[in-house]
Design a protein around this ligand. Structure first.
Ligand code: KG4
Ligand code: ZN
Length: 347
């Protein structure tokens, strides 16, 4: 039985219908990029208003393209956090209203759980697996032992990796959104041209840090008016190489730990918007192969924000009989592993 998913936690207004066997019956994503571009980043108030303006039409389109009627659905799943609170409220209230009006089970989904479980939809990955979640707001390594079973083994002590890509793009005058622009510029540059730090690489924990790298990029850029295309490409390539080194180092440490705890499981999943980066994927694939792990990365469209992952997380929870109350509140912050130790603590 299919589930309708709704996603509004950042700057994508999305709705999708997914069948119980993982068949994607519809997948609609409306990006608000043009609304936010003049400001060089996502403006929460503009995002919330755009979700209000477009969500009803996006949900209708998702239903029409699925060929189903609301009566055919088995549940309604909506992102309840973490994210920009205005947008989360819009999607959550819409999901609750549909569920209430149609008398269907309601599922309040953690956006990060959506990213975390996508590999089970795309690649039928079995529990447990090691997950590297890299997005605009998050950078963490988690052991995934089941639906709702997330143990954090490393996290960023300052910025998220996607944020570092976005800031680097801004410093290089590459515009918004930053990740794809930096990747394109990096393809034309020399990754050894600029010496940049590899924060926390080689340290005992599985944590990350990107703020020092960001500052080093600022210094490497110098006078933005004097930046040539060659220099711009070299800084982008050097930045991306530093990120690849750091992610590979932290992931390989996490794989060793994971292998000690789960002797038979050998799957390493990478998810979140930054997983769209082909250079980082290639580097993590090499690292996984060296540790005898199978790397699974969902297709780009399902790495960046979408509602398929919300519908799928809803299906996973529904199959376990876990539904939610209409009193479930929207949450700006909502860690996947609520018991996680502070960053820097040994896992
Ligand atoms: O998961 P996502 O769509 O939204 C969040 O939940 O944060 O991730 C968005 C982030 C942005 O920071 C964006 O710059 C980054 O993912 N991103 C990339 C690439 N495509 C998107 N970063 C590096 N390379 C890319 N190709
Ligand atoms: Zn996301």
């Amino acid at each position: 039985m299919p589930v309708l998913g709704i996603e509004t936690s950042c700057d994508e207004t999305a709705a999708a219908v997914v069948g119980a066997d993982g068949t994607i019956l519809s997948d609609i994503v409306l990006s608000q990029l043009d609304d936010h571009r003049p400001y060089g980043g996502v403006v929460p108030e503009i995002a919330a208003r755009a979700h209000v303006d477009h969500l009803d039409a996006i949900v209708s389109r998702a239903m029409t393209e699925s060929g189903l009627d609301y009566g055919d659905l088995d549940g309604i799943a909506a992102t309840a956090g973490p994210g920009l609170i205005g947008g989360v409220m819009v999607g959550l209230m819409t999901g609750k209203a549909i569920a209430l009006a149609r008398n269907k089970p309601f599922l309040a989904i953690n956006h990060l759980e959506g990213h975390a479980l996508t590999a089970r939809l795309t690649d039928r990955v079995e529990f447990p697996y090691l997950l590297l979640l890299i997005s605009g707001g998050h950078c963490q390594l988690l052991e995934v032992t089941g639906v709702g079973g997330y143990r954090r083994i490393g996290t960023t002590i300052d910025d998220a990796v996607g944020e570092a890509f976005d800031k680097t793009a801004k410093l290089l005058g590459l515009g918004f959104p930053g990740g794809p622009a930096v990747e394109a510029a990096a393809a034309q540059g020399d990754p050894t041209a600029v010496a940049l730090p590899r924060p926390l690489a080689g340290t005992e924990t599985c944590d990350f840090s990107f703020s020092g790298l960001k500052t080093a990029v600022l210094h490497a850029v110098g006078d933005p008016d004097a930046l040539t295309d060659t220099r711009r490409a070299d800084v982008a390539a050097s930045f991306q190489a530093a990120v690849a080194d750091v992610l590979a180092d932290r992931a390989s440490r996490a794989m060793k730990r994971f292998a000690q705890r789960h002797s038979k499981a050998r799957t390493f999943v990478v998810a979140g918007g930054v997983a769209a980066n082909q250079a980082l994927r290639a580097r993590l694939a090499t690292e996984a192969a060296a540790q005898d792990f199978t790397l699974v990365v969902p297709p780009v469209r399902l790495c960046t924000d979408n509602a398929v992952m919300i519908a799928w997380a809803g299906l996973e929870r529904l199959s376990l009989g876990q539904t939610d109350d209409f009193a479930t509140p929207p949450r700006a912050r909502w860690p996947l592993d609520a018991t996680a130790a502070a960053p820097g603590a040994k896992a």
